[in-house]
Ligand binder design. Structure first.
Ligand code: NAP
Length: 235
């Protein structure tokens, strides 16, 4: 398959989970791919540039973009995926977790776009895809700070769409419900929680990202929301 032949993608938070699946899928579709994470691990994407990059640090992202363009000559696609989450009653949320969600999910997303945008604006087919969440579309109990950070990502991406559409950069928020990754089992969640029933897979999200990126250039998808059929009713 060569749907993305000739395009270069940078995926943040791609050492595992959803980001790794997106990186693999884009590479299989013919893109050249750079994968960024704090560990710098390559999740098995052949030909990928893998580099350690902490999205909390603007200089680290700028170095990642520079390395990507040095290796592949251009940058056409940014997938803003790196993210962290912590759940539980708001007053029980440790301050450090609150800070980390804002640092990684909010500031890290803004820094990633700022670092990549000068190169994206040179592309004749540029896309920014933000992996936000259902938590960026409505408030959820025990996810106050996470929801705040994901609403910020959706707001950022919508504002970018308004600002960049006429300059040829399409901007999309991808908003999955529960996806079975390490993240989902992280702070405050346990395997017996009803929210974890029938979760989607990282490949489900990756296929949605591929769909968004391969639409004809005469239109753009602003937001995609999708959730597991098997999830419990949340009202
Ligand atoms: P995951 O399995 O925990 O993977 C997170 C990735 O982000 C890892 O590659 C991690 O690598 C990287 N990362 C974390 N902090 C980073 C930082 N400061 N700088 C650079 N990379 C960093 O999580 P996931 O489930 O794949 O989640 C990916 C995204 O999808 C997140 O934005 C999350 O909010 C969103 N999402 C997840 C779900 C879900 O249910 N899983 C649902 C909707 C949306 P290192 O540890 O090596 O840095």
């Amino acid at each position: 398959m060569s749907l993305l032949q000739g395009r270069v993608a940078l995926v943040t938070g791609a050492s595992r989970g959803i980001g790794a699946a997106i990186a693999r899928t884009l590479a299989e579709a013919g893109a050249q791919v750079a994968v960024a994470s704090r560990s710098g691990d390559n999740p098995g994407v052949e030909g990928a540039l893998a580099q350690a990059c902490d999205v909390r640090d603007p200089a680290s992202l700028e170095a990642m973009v520079t390395a990507t363009v040095s290796r592949f000559g251009q940058l056409d696609i940014l997938v803003v995926n790196a993210g962290v989450g912590a759940y539980g009653p708001f007053l029980d949320l440790p301050a450090a977790d609150l800070e980390e969600m804002i640092e990684v999910n909010v500031k890290g997303a803004l820094y990633a776009v700022r670092a990549a945008l000068p190169e994206l604006l040179k592309s004749d087919a540029a896309d920014i895809v933000t992996i936000a969440s259902e938590a960026g579309r409505r408030g959820l109990p025990n996810e106050v700070a996470y929801c705040a950070s994901k609403f910020a990502q959706v707001g950022m991406t919508s504002a970018l769409d308004h600002e960049l559409r006429e300059r040829g950069v399409r901007c999309t928020s991808v908003c999955p419900g529960g996806v079975a990754t390490d993240f989902a089992m992280g702070h405050g969640r346990t395997p017996d929680m009803p929210q974890l029933a029938g979760m989607m897979t990282p490949d489900d999200v990756a296929q949605t990202v591929l769909f968004v990126l391969t639409r004809p250039r005469n239109h753009r998808i602003l937001e995609v929301a999708f959730r597991p059929v098997a999830e419990p009713s949340w009202g």
